[in-house]
Design a protein around this ligand. Structure first.
Ligand SMILES: *Cc1c(COP(=O)(O)O)cnc(C)c1O
Length: 230
């Protein structure tokens, strides 16, 4: 099987699994969007996925996103899903339509200021470390309200929801607890801040059906589309 047909075929399989997972819990499959995580994959793989109708691509390294966004023209949108370093905010704001993992007031303020200077208005999600387990990134559930409140006051970004990454290898009951916990947190934020936060970015190749059962609106899928990373 050639790589070309591989990506197209994998995309079909992933889309069908998304559809089934949504239907199984009584959700409209159109309410779950697929972000293809193309990190470490060559531009050619992105082009093949685009040819198969994929529009959203995610990268977790700033330089890779910048390079691919510059090289690949056409009907696609770039999402930055990694930890954003201060000195990469400007080029990422120029190239990315979405930034998924904002977890500090400093980063938020910097994105807002630079987006204003660049005449951009990225969609922003707040990354929450729901399980409280020792992970490097993501704000605590307790810090999320202040951060979301801050984001609502920013003029040059569009806060649309929250994102999480469970600890690697978490068993299914824990995944349900984490993804469900993010949804409950989002519900509380909407209530206390009086804003709409429709997006729940959660679920990867190994766990997206669980995330969909818990309300995911965006699943970030790499390996199941592009194959294993080297
Ligand atoms: C790599 C990555 C993914 C996709 O992981 P797969 O297991 O390959 O689907 C999703 N989200 C983030 C933040 C990632 O870094």
């Amino acid at each position: 099987m050639s790589t070309t047909t591989g990506i197209e075929r994998n995309l079909c399989i992933v889309r069908e699994r998304i559809r089934q997972a949504a239907l199984q819990c009584g959700r409209d499959p159109a309410g779950v969007r697929l972000l293809a995580v193309s990190k470490t994959m060559p531009g050619q793989s992105v082009l093949e996925a685009m040819a198969a109708g994929q529009h959203w691509f995610g990268e977790n390294r700033a330089q890779d996103l910048i390079d691919k966004a510059a090289a690949i023209a056409g009907d696609c949108e770039w999402h930055f899903i990694g930890h954003l370093q201060k000195n990469k905010v400007r080029p990422v704001v120029r190239a990315a339509a979405w930034i998924h993992a904002v977890d500090s007031p400093e980063l938020l303020a910097r994105i807002d200021r630079i987006a204003g200077e660049e005449g951009r208005r990225p969609v922003v999600l707040i990354e929450v470390n729901v399980s409280g387990e020792a992970r490097k990134f993501g704000c605590s559930p307790d810090a999320a309200e202040a951060l979301a409140g801050e984001a609502c006051r920013c003029r040059n970004l569009d806060l649309r929801g929250v994102m999480t990454m469970p600890p690697f290898g978490a068993p299914e009951p824990e995944l349900h607890a984490i993804f469900g916990g993010l949804r409950h947190l989002r519900d509380r934020l909407q209530e206390s801040l009086g804003v709409s936060l429709p997006e729940l970015s959660m679920g990867m190749s190994g766990d997206f059906p669980v995330a969909i059962a818990e309300g995911a609106t965006i699943v970030r899928v790499g390996t199941a589309i592009f194959g294993p990373r080297g």
